[in-house]
Design a protein around this ligand. Structure first.
Ligand code: F3S
Length: 425
């Protein structure tokens, strides 16, 4: 049984109201199921509120009833005053401004509106992105967090040195209400140490290279903590690490890793492993890269009718680059070009003229959401081109699409020509 501090017991006893009491009931069950001995304070939660996987089945529009049912697992209507912890929100079920472009129904829009109003009233931040670290939620080293979203979790743990497990809607919301999360998993030093060593024998230069490496690592190490031993010409930037993280969390479930000499808990190989003996020593070379690329490219022909990029949501650098590639060009009449980013970054893209360039070319710069999580793809789409290994991994099963995977430039070329001319095809 989890041991409760005085404030936690008081919450459980209802001293601070029914919402915190219900949240604490859930967290105690969660901690006991995990075998956690105690809780730790958190003031950094990445919530999952603006999305539900079965929106068509939801007829309730009262925000308090919705939150009670789906986030607090209660038929009793529990009214939340204000959530306690600082928070950001993961993607929502639609672009809140351009939902008609996604083909979202009016009923879903009404549902999102009621969640939006509820969020504003209760102090939930309307960030609506899978990349909270791009829009102001940047945990410090050692900070205990409660984050949802598999691609964001390794960014928190490995890149920033924050501490989180992959939380779900039903654990993150109680964490935000109480400022507590069970002390287990990657909150504990001993679980953060390396378990698998991956020697990388080839140059890793581009964003695509990092996606491919992450996808390979996820396949071979699954839920383990890989340690990458590689020679790189320069420290990877945010776009590259987003690729590594999201790919490793798709083919496997990597939540924590180390890059020797780069990530904050791995200045040396010894520190990365922290006394662990590697359970496996693997080599990533040209043949592994080729095999990974082939696995991600399921399309047999070269016709493309959808280009979906920005998974995870594009950074400002990527928005600049895609605008440069599209300047003065026209998207092919048979192709839909969807580009995803965070609302906050689109605001800067608007100011800098990137959005105008994309729109003039016939593309759509969208925010708050993505097709994989909503299953809202353009009608009739059969083949998607993407620069994301995560999108390539899930699009066949979720959208029934064949996939061409490659670089941003190859994707934009496909958007303009309607044909795939990827590097390795
Ligand atoms: Fe983000 Fe959707 Fe990709 S949530 S990581 S754009 S699948």
């Amino acid at each position: 049984m989890v041991r409760l501090a005085r404030d936690e017991q008081e919450m459980l006893d209802g001293k601070y109201g029914r919402a915190q009491q219900r949240a604490m009931e859930i967290l105690v069950q969660y901690a006991d199921a995990l075998g956690a001995e105690r809780f730790v304070d958190t003031n950094n939660v990445h919530l999952f509120v603006g999305f539900h996987p079965y929106p068509d089945m939801i007829e309730i529009l009262d925000g308090d009833e919705l939150a009670s049912k789906f986030l607090l697992d209660s038929d009793e209507k529990i009214v939340v005053d204000q959530v306690k912890a600082f928070n950001t929100t993961h993607i929502w079920a639609m672009d809140l401004d351009r939902w008609q472009i996604m083909g979202a129904p009016e009923s879903l829009h009404k549902l999102m509106e009621s969640i939006r109003k509820y969020s504003i009233r209760t102090g939930i931040s309307l960030t609506a992105t899978c990349t909270p670290y791009q829009v102001g939620n940047v945990p410090t080293k050692g900070e205990h967090c409660a984050w949802t979203e598999s691609s964001a979790v390794p960014f928190c743990n490995a890149v920033l040195g924050g501490r989180t497990n992959t939380e779900a809607a039903h654990s993150a919301f109680p964490a935000a209400l109480t400022g507590k999360i069970p002390l287990w998993g990657y909150h504990l030093e001993e679980n953060r140490r390396g378990t698998h060593l991956i020697h990388v024998e080839i140059d890793i230069n581009s964003v695509m290279d990092w996606y491919l490496l992450g996808y390979y690592a996820g396949e071979v190490s699954q839920l383990a903590v890989p340690v990458y031993d590689l020679k790189i010409p320069s420290v990877p930037n945010i776009s590259m690490l987003k690729g590594l993280n999201s790919a490793g969390a798709s083919s496997g479930g990597i939540m924590m890793y180390h890059i020797i000499g780069v990530t904050p808990e791995a200045p040396t190989m010894e520190m990365a492993f922290g006394g662990n003996q590697p359970k496996a020593i693997l080599t990533y070379g040209e043949s592994e890269r080729r095999q990974t690329y082939d696995n991600l490219n399921s399309a047999k022909g070269d016709d493309v009718d959808l280009v979906n990029i920005g998974c995870p949501h594009y950074s400002l650098e990527q928005l600049r680059d895609v605008a440069r590639l599209l300047e003065g060009k026209k998207v092919h009449e048979n192709v839909n070009l969807w580009i995803w980013t965070a609302y906050q970054l689109k605001a800067i893209a608007d100011r800098n003229g990137f959005t105008d360039i994309i729109t003039r070319a016939g593309g759509h710069l969208m925010t708050d959401s993505c097709p994989l999580n909503t299953n809202l793809f353009p009608q009739g789409a059969k083949v998607v081109a993407t620069d994301s290994a995560k999108h390539a991994h899930y699009a066949p099963a979720i959208g029934g699409l064949d996939v061409c995977f490659g670089t941003m430039a190859e994707c934009i070329d496909a958007a303009i020509t309607g044909k795939w001319r990827g590097e390795l095809r």
